[in-house]
Write a protein that binds this ligand. Structure first.
Ligand code: BES
Ligand code: ZN
Length: 627
């Protein structure tokens, strides 16, 4: 059920003054991706005590859950998937009855625990499955150093339930603490405050690290990594964790992060999470970045050596406001996380590098959006900002629509009211709804009330309903112009007219200008022309992952043989789904490429994260048993 405007207004008044509202004050939007019934009993705090076994690929231990109960409720429903549960008890040690429901392929299982009168704490003793989707266990050979195994988690969207038995819905915020017992010599890190920087060693060859996060978060943000990690300080409240061999390069790449935090605070109010650190993961990390609180998880493929791909850090940092502070209540409203964040990402980069730079980012995003809309259909429901993901994997919502149509909507609002008013409004929005879930309906109601107070004509001009509940790109979308890209486009015209690559004016181009150039090259290019481009600009040897990716797509499209070893290397040396999936897709679309794709995939599939291999399995029609 969606809150009606009337209900939404009630929610607004109920929460208006509270800083962190009592859980009971929060009304829960119906989440089709969770079994939980938070109105009856809800989890407010999770305390983990977990020991990883790198041989067996399991986490074993306990989760102590603090519960808040409504009168009359006699059982709590948790989300789980593939957990082996050995017991559920009260803190006094009394065993509790529990039952595990049928395994839904998307939702996993409901774990129902009978609660004795007045019980407000339960302890679940359990073990994770070796193929738990949130966990990737890496052999030493899959790390940069090659010395130690590595483990990391990825909770978003609904994978936390594969390693933590809790109510796994973004509308059910929980604080958490943890003890993680790793083999001595290994470092554990989490999206929380590290209370024991040196760890506590014990006789059994393990070191225990303790963590705590006092701010309530949606469970998809509970995150853990363990491996051979070192820390380098960057600024007073920022630093980087990475394997020893790359930690200095990472610290240098992210040198601007403190300036990013300052810029974001000037725009949208205080950073409320204490520290902001970045963890650089091994190359199989399936995403570019993940905004785990206090500790962004990032792919090493953004270490370009020239700080040219750090807008990704601005993006993950921006989630400290949009997403982590004010959170989509359900995955249908994913755009409230990603659209706001993409808008803020560009604003932060504009503060750091200026308008021209930010406009290049906006233009590339707009191009992604136009391609996505034309791919899925200009009238397709999946081009609405608010999605209908019931019965589907919420990852289906991870398209350019949530990101770039969402950002375009905020740009349209900005054009109507001006930057100053929008900035003030957003600062108030983050303040008002800090640590609370948000729905599209609630946002529109709050915007109409605060930003358009009384000005119905202005509210009508932004067409919120069309943007959120309608398809495609509404006609008040701002035209994005980039002066830098206009210069690139003139060189493209010259190239098309026969100017040899060496005579193109590319001297001061940055990564983004190159991306514009590569994306706009003609679909069909002769091998002679590709060779000339490659000889002049060295694309096949590029150390920049985004440029390499754009070039490899062109190489596949035109069967440019000299790039094939680089393609194979790119597909086997990192597992970022955004790069991996389109390349297999491009290969599979050609007669010569389909067998090449299957041959490479057969060799490297096991090194990919399940998030990436599940997508490629579908692209290649791969039988998971292996063929
Ligand atoms: N929160 C997302 C990643 C995500 C979304 C993971 C949905 C699982 C489900 C993160 O903030 C993100 O958007 N990452 C992007 C990079 C960004 C610069 C667009 C990515 O990983 O490509
Ligand atoms: Zn994001």
């Amino acid at each position: 059920m969606k809150p009606t405007p009337f209900l939404a207004a009630l929610i607004l008044t109920a929460c208006a003054t509270a800083d962190t509202p009592a859980p009971s004050a929060v009304t829960h939007a119906e989440d089709s991706h969770s079994h939980a019934r938070p109105a009856e009993v809800r989890v407010t705090h999770v305390a983990l005590d977990l020991t990883p076994d790198f041989e067996a690929r399991t986490l074993t231990g306990t989760a102590r859950l603090a519960l808040e109960r409504a009168a009359g409720a006699d059982s709590v429903i948790l989300d789980v998937e593939g957990l082996t549960i050995s017991s559920i008890t009260t803190p006094a040690g009394d065993a509790l009855d529990f039952g595990i429901g049928a395994d839904d392929p998307i939702l996993g299982q409901a774990l129902t625990v009978r609660l004795p009168d007045a019980a407000d704490t339960i302890i679940v003793a359990y073990r994770t499955a070796p193929d738990a989707a949130a966990l990737q266990w890496l052999d030493p050979a899959q790390t940069a150093g090659g010395r130690m195994p590595f483990l990391f988690t990825q909770g978003q969207a609904i994978l936390t339930r594969t390693w933590v038995p809790t109510q796994d819905s973004p509308g059910i915020r929980q604080t958490y603490e943890a003890i993680i017992r790793v083999p001595s010599g290994m470092q554990a890190v989490m999206s929380a405050e590290l209370l024991t920087p040196d760890g506590v060693s014990s006789e059994d060859g393990r070191t225990a690290y303790r963590f705590r996060l006092d701010q309530p978060i949606p469970p998809y943000l509970i995150a853990l990594a363990a491996g051979n990690l070192e820390f380098r300080e960057i600024g007073p409240r920022s630093g980087v964790w990475a394997e020893p061999g790359i930690v200095d390069a990472a610290a240098d790449e992210f040198m601007e992060v403190e300036a990013m935090i300052d810029a974001a605070e000037r725009l949208y109010g205080p950073y409320r999470w204490g520290r902001y650190d970045i963890l650089v993961l091994p190359p199989s990390f399936p995403f570019g970045g993940m905004e785990n609180p206090r500790l962004t998880f990032a792919t090493p493929t953004i270490l370009a050596g020239d700080r040219s791909l750090v807008s990704l850090v601005a993006h993950e940092l921006a989630h400290s406001w949009s997403g982590n502070l004010v959170t989509n209540a359900v995955w249908n409203d994913f755009w409230l996380n990603e659209g706001f964040t993409s808008y803020i990402e560009a604003r932060i980069m504009e503060e750091l590098r200026g308008r021209d730079y930010a406009d290049m980012l906006r233009q590339l995003g707009r191009q992604d959006l136009e391609e996505t809309i034309s791919d899925i259909g200009v009238n397709a429901p999946d081009t609405h900002l608010q999605l209908d993901l019931a019965g589907r994997n919420p990852d289906d919502g991870m398209t350019s629509v949530a990101y770039d149509k969402g950002a375009a909507f905020l740009e349209a609002i900005e054009a109507e009211v001006g930057r100053e008013r929008l900035d003030t409004f957003l600062r108030e929005y983050f303040d008002e709804f800090a640590f609370q879930p948000m729905t599209s309906e609630q946002f529109v109601q709050y915007m109409n009330q605060e930003l358009f107070a009384g000005d119905d004509a202005a509210a009508a001009r932004v067409q919120a309903e069309r943007w959120i509940y309608g398809p495609g790109l509404p006609d008040n979308a701002q035209v994005v112009r980039s002066a830098a890209f206009e210069r690139v486009d003139s060189q493209l015209v010259a190239f098309r007219a026969g100017t040899p690559p060496a005579r193109l004016e590319t001297a001061d181009w940055s990564t983004h200008e190159w991306l514009r150039f590569l994306r706009a090259l003609p679909d069909t290019i002769s091998n002679a022309q590709l060779t000339a481009l490659d000889d002049t600009f060295g694309f096949t040897g590029s150390g920049n992952s985004e440029i390499m990716f754009a070039w490899l797509r062109i190489a596949i499209r035109n069967r440019y043989q000299p790039a094939m070893p680089a393609l194979e290397e790119f597909l086997s040396s990192q597992g970022r789904r955004k790069f991996i999936a389109p390349l297999y897709q491009d290969l599979a679309a050609t007669e010569w490429g389909a067998p090449v794709a299957r041959e490479i995939y057969g060799r490297v599939r096991s090194t990919y994260h399940p998030i990436t291999s599940n997508t490629v399995d579908q692209i290649l029609d791969w039988e998971p048993s292996g063929r």
